[in-house]
Structures are given as structure tokens and as C-alpha cells.
Design a protein around this ligand. Structure first.
Ligand SMILES: [Zn+2]
Length: 387
């Protein structure tokens, strides 16, 4: 029997209530696997944070805290779901087999009579990949039972589920997450986009809306949809491999196009920079996000912005990632200042509706664009036009 993640950690006997997620509540964080081309210097310690995944997560987290932003909230993801399938006997990799970062877990002050805010150093349980079958369900039950004994306020139960859970066993998933005392973090796994279909986007929204203190990590703009529908926090990957998980053993598919994925705001989608350069040359309007404005300043560009066609090759990857984060950060800032949750939902729906209409126009009117600009099913759902 593996050691439950909490049993290897220091128990807290502090009787005062704390909000363990205070440092990240209401935020969308940057999610990275590698750090070479990640815009870590641009992450705001006051509005965002970073989730570190992958084989070098501990090392990258430590150097980020030491060299770049000591105040920034961070989440360590041991990423065991990348390597192992969960079984009922071993839903976790034993925590004593994992390297831990050289930063102390936050400890509430025993002297204080006031509720204490949570720390800035959170970490996910080393949960393995949960298949959508009987064994996966038993493994999740066991993970929830073991996590219930954990007493570390920095710990979040990672729930790395195969995307099939979004349409099958959904009621079971909701019931199990309800039962869990720790905060939860959903990570969706599939060979490609886990929420590409409207029915999966709908299932995800239902799960998030039904379970309190649940985050959605390692995703794309689904993070925004989750946030407006009640997620406690979320994270968006800087690379496509950090925007979803893949089942252990699956091989990433690499195409010939090495240009970066660029978040094209008018269509609310990631599109390869080379494709944007090819199809949008004539009509593209400059982007004035903070990253592109800085680029324009550095390059003495009169317009003050950068065209979205300006990321055609692999050499533009770092700039594209900075642009992507600036765009979704601005979007989330615009949504989160709405005076009420219902107005935030409506603002988001209208953004998606405009993108859906523009995609449809491209798809119908410019044959050459058809393949590139086909309207994604999840976007129709977010726009309130499907499901
Ligand atoms: Zn930009």
C-alpha cells in the first residue's frame, strides 16, 4: 500500500481556520513544463502565478523563486500522471519517492486568533492517470479516501482524469469530489484537445459548477470558461503539451510546422503563426497587448503594436508565448472586473459569440480559409449556440 501523500507531511494542529487557496483564488496562472521559452518574467505576483509540471518541475520552481519572482504564488505538480496509470492499490506515487522543493511548506501561526491566509507554495498530490473504467473509478475512490487524511494546508488533490470522464461517470466524479475535504485540481487527459466537443465542454462546465474549491489546470481558454462558472483558480499552458495531459505512453505528434501557436484574439483560438502569416496578411490588425506593445517600442514601430502575422517561425516562439499570456491575462482581467458573476458569464458569452460569428464568416466566405477557420464545437457551446 503506498504511503498516502499527507502522511509523509507535517501535520498541522492549528485550530484556526485558514483559506489554503487565498494566494491563488480567482486567478488564472501560467502553466509550464519547460521554462526555456516561457514568459516567466512577465508573470504578475499580484494577479497570477505559475504551475510547474514535468520532469524538471522542482528545479524550475526553485530557480523561479530564487532568481525571478520570490513573491509569486506557485503550484508544484509532480506530474506522476504523465508516467503511470493509477490502480486501486496505487492511486499515488509514494510521496517519499518524490523530490520536494527546497522551500518550506507554509505553517499557520499558532499565536494568531485570526483566520490565516494560505501560503504561496502550493503543491498537487502525486496522483496517477485515472482511466475512465472500473479500475480508474476505484483508484479515484482510494485517492479521495487517502487525501482525506492529509493535513498539509499546501496540498491540493490532483485529479488527472481521462477526458471520457466528462461524458461518462460524471455523476460518480461529482459525488467523489464532493466527498473530498482538500481542494481539488482537475487535469484533463486525451491524445488531443480533451474538450474539443460541445458535449465535453458541457460536462466540464457541469462538474466545475457542482464542486466547490475545484481548479482546472493545464488547459487552454477552457480555463476562462471554468472560471466564470465557479472554478476556484485555473492555469493555461504556455505550450500545447502544457495545455492538456496525455495518457502515459502516448507519443506526441509532431507536424512539419514548427511555428508557435498564437492566441488569435478575434477568433479566440490558438493558430499556428505560419498559418496566420499565410492567411491574414492582408487584413490583420495589429495586436496591442502588453507584450506586443513592448515589442513595438523595442523595434521603434510607429503603430505601437505588432501584427498577428508576425510569428511565422520557431524563432518567434518566445515572443508568441509572451503575447499569448498577455492576451488571456487581459481577457481575464476584463471579465473578472464585471460587477456580478452573471455579468461576467454574459460578457464571456458575448466574446465567444463574436469569435464564433467571425469564424463562421471566414469559413463560409473565404474557401481558402475553410480548414483553418472551421468553427470549433466547444466555441459554439461557449457562445450559447450549441448544447
Ligand atoms: Zn499581442
Amino acid at each position: 500500500m503506498p504511503t498516502p501523500p499527507g502522511r509523509a507531511l507535517s501535520p498541522s494542529t492549528d485550530p484556526h481556520p485558514i483559506d489554503p487557496l487565498a494566494a491563488v483564488r480567482g486567478r488564472i496562472l501560467l502553466h509550464v513544463r519547460g521554462t526555456t521559452e516561457a514568459p516567466l518574467e512577465q508573470v504578475s505576483a499580484h494577479r497570477s502565478g505559475v504551475v510547474f509540471s514535468g520532469a524538471k518541475a522542482v528545479e524550475n520552481l526553485e530557480s523561479f523563486i530564487r532568481d525571478i519572482c520570490p513573491e509569486c504564488p506557485t503550484v508544484l505538480d509532480p506530474s506522476e500522471y504523465e508516467r503511470h496509470f493509477a490502480t486501486p492499490a496505487a492511486p499515488f506515487t509514494r510521496s517519499d519517492q518524490l523530490p520536494l522543493p527546497g522551500v518550506p511548506a507554509p505553517r499557520p501561526s499558532p499565536e494568531s486568533a485570526e483566520p490565516q491566509p494560505g501560503g504561496r507554495r502550493l503543491r498537487l498530490t502525486p496522483t496517477r492517470y485515472l482511466r475512465c473504467d472500473d479500475d480508474g473509478e476505484k483508484a479515484l475512490r482510494e485517492a479521495v479516501a487517502q487525501a482525506d487524511e492529509a493535513s498539509d494546508p499546501a496540498l491540493i488533490l490532483a485529479v488527472p482524469i481521462d477526458a471520457q470522464w466528462l461524458t461518462e461517470r460524471t455523476d460518480t466524479l461529482i459525488s467523489l469530489l464532493h466527498r473530498n475535504r482538500l481542494p481539488k485540481a482537475l487535469i484533463l487527459g486525451a491524445e488531443n484537445n480533451p474538450t474539443a466537443s460541445a458535449i465535453r465542454a458541457k460536462g466540464l462546465r457541469r462538474i466545475i459548477a457542482s464542486c466547490t474549491d475545484t481548479a482546472l489546470l493545464r488547459t487552454d481558454l477552457a480555463a476562462v470558461d471554468a472560471m466564470v462558472h465557479g472554478a476556484v483558480f485555473a492555469s493555461i499552458g504556455d505550450t500545447s503539451s502544457a495545455r492538456h495531459a496525455a495518457p502515459p505512453g502516448s507519443r506526441p505528434r509532431r507536424g512539419l510546422d514548427s511555428s508557435p501557436n498564437v492566441l488569435y484574439r478575434p477568433l479566440m483560438r490558438y493558430i499556428r503563426g505560419a498559418k496566420l502569416a499565410r492567411y491574414l496578411e492582408e487584413e490583420a490588425k495589429d495586436c496591442f497587448c502588453s507584450a506586443c506593445a513592448q515589442w513595438a517600442d523595442d523595434h521603434h514601430r510607429y503603430s505601437g503594436g505588432r501584427p498577428p502575422t508576425g510569428f511565422p517561425g520557431a524563432a518567434d516562439t518566445r515572443d508568441a508565448h509572451a503575447h499569448n499570456m498577455a492576451v488571456w491575462s487581459r481577457l481575464w482581467a476584463d471579465i473578472s472586473v464585471r460587477p456580478s458573476p452573471s455579468e461576467a458569464k454574459e460578457y464571456w458569452r458575448r466574446v465567444c459569440s463574436s469569435a464564433e460569428a467571425l469564424s463562421s464568416w471566414h469559413h463560409k466566405n473565404v474557401l481558402e480559409y475553410s480548414e483553418v477557420f472551421a468553427v470549433p464545437a466547444y466555441l459554439r457551446y461557449w457562445a450559447g449556440k450549441a448544447g
